[in-house]
Design a protein around this ligand. Structure first.
Ligand code: HMG
Ligand code: MG
Length: 355
């Protein structure tokens, strides 16, 4: 049977279902599917997605306002109450490069979080790894770029030096049974070098996997990717590796982050990074705006019937807490639309999506 015949056949059988429903006297309203998962137009959606909250790191590293250690702890602990299970709490980079997170050790040591929550921090070298170890973290995130220029600007190392440093960290981290995530930045477009060759990205990913990293988060550092670029890269990667090892990390400069998430979901990606309220940016990537807002990601996923284990209302409250701490409005769309700030819910997630 040709595809065309198959389509004709299926629309005929839908008509039959409609007729018999009408015959049985079922009202139009009663035939509207009650659960988001009943009406999916996508074919490959996972049942559950892992959301990695990066706001306390990616968000706060880019803030000009001085955020006190106590406020950082307040925000992270509130995030820990939402059902989020993965939180990147800080980074252990040079305070000369990122003064905003110079209190990382204090933050980690003062946090009162459920042991179920996996905490991690960014580490650029063995010195950072030692700090993460002292902080008692069970997971770390190493990071590098896909282009020479961004690498130099961000960590003052070329790609070969960056890979060598990561290999040193991974060797020690694996001996100590840590979970190791590796970020690869500017995988689609680089603010200095433009379009990045996917073959180069695939090669670096394979080198990182060969070192033993557990997960690679692909970074659209300047938020310039579009769904076609996402599909292109993931299709290339899928030829070489299992996509279960990959996460997507979108910044939202051009408002494409959610569309890019859908492209990632269709390709089978099950881990997405996001930042509360849409805070974020890399100070060494000019033009980078905030990350995809966690509330927007969770709202999308729940609307598609994909579970996250996260309570969207509690997340919104965290977004407003972040706004209070930073004394500015954050860009997250759901945060604005939910209207909780004024004490009045204008629009909220339908009950059925939470089931
Ligand atoms: P450097 O200046 O080339 O190296 O920095 P250095 O070894 O000469 O260190 C300079 C000073 O920093 C020294 O202190 C070191 O001891 C100290 P001094 O002797 O001058 O007093 N230092 C440290 N201090 C504390 N903790 C450390 C540490 N390391 C050195 N771990 C370095 C090289 C890699 C350290 C620096 O470039 C750096 O820290 N860069 C980090 C930049 C950064 O954090 N960028 C943002 C994160 S990446 C990102 O946002 C992208 C991501 O979100 C994904 C995406 O969106 O694509 C992950
Ligand atoms: Mg980032």
């Amino acid at each position: 049977m040709s595809g065309y015949e198959a389509n004709e056949k299926s629309s005929e059988s839908e008509d039959c279902v409609e007729q018999s429903a009408a015959e049985r006297g079922v009202s139009e309203e009663a035939r509207v599917p009650s659960r988001a998962s009943d009406i999916n137009m996508f074919e490959n959606l996972p049942r559950q997605v892992k959301v990695v909250e990066v706001g306390p790191r990616d968000g706060l590293q880019n803030e000009v306002a001085n955020v006190s250690t106590a406020d950082k702890i307040r925000l992270i602990e509130a995030l820990g109450e939402t059902g989020l299970e993965y939180i990147e709490v800080t980074s252990f980079v040079s305070p000369k490069w990122i003064p905003q997170l110079a209190d990382g050790l204090q933050v980690c040591q003062s946090l009162n979080l459920s042991p179920k929550i996996h905490r991690s921090a960014l580490v650029p070298n063995l010195k950072g790894y030692a700090a993460a170890q002292e902080a008692g973290l069970g997971a770390i995130a190493v990071f590098m770029s896909a282009t020479e220029t961004h690498s130099k600007k961000n960590i003052n190392k070329d790609l070969a030096e960056a890979l060598k440093t990561i290999a040193e960290i991974v060797t020690v981290a694996k001996q100590e049974k840590k979970f190791v995530r590796a970020y690869l930045s500017v995988v689609f477009l680089c603010p200095y070098e433009g379009r990045v060759d996917p073959t180069k990205v695939v090669d670096i990913c394979l080198a990182l996997l060969a070192m033993g990293v557990d997960e690679i988060s692909l970074g659209d550092t300047i938020g310039a990717a579009t769904p076609n670029l996402v599909l292109e890269l993931l299709k290339r990667l899928k030829l070489e590796s299992d996509l279960d090892r990959f996460a997507l990390h979108f910044h939202d400069t051009f408002g494409m982050a959610l569309a890019n998430v859908v492209a990632g979901l269709e390709m089978g990606i099950k881990t997405f990074d996001a930042s509360i309220g849409g805070m974020g940016g890399c100070p060494y990537a000019p033009g980078a705006q905030g990350n995809l807002a966690t509330e927007d990601l969770v709202y999308l996923l729940h609307s598609l019937g994909v579970k996250t284990g996260i309570d969207l209302r509690k997340l919104v409250a965290c977004g407003h807490l972040a706004e209070q701490i930073l004394k500015r409005q954050l860009p997250g769309k759901y945060l604005r639309a939910s209207g909780l700030q004024s004490g009045k819910i204008i629009y909220s997630e339908p009950e059925v999506w939470r089931e």
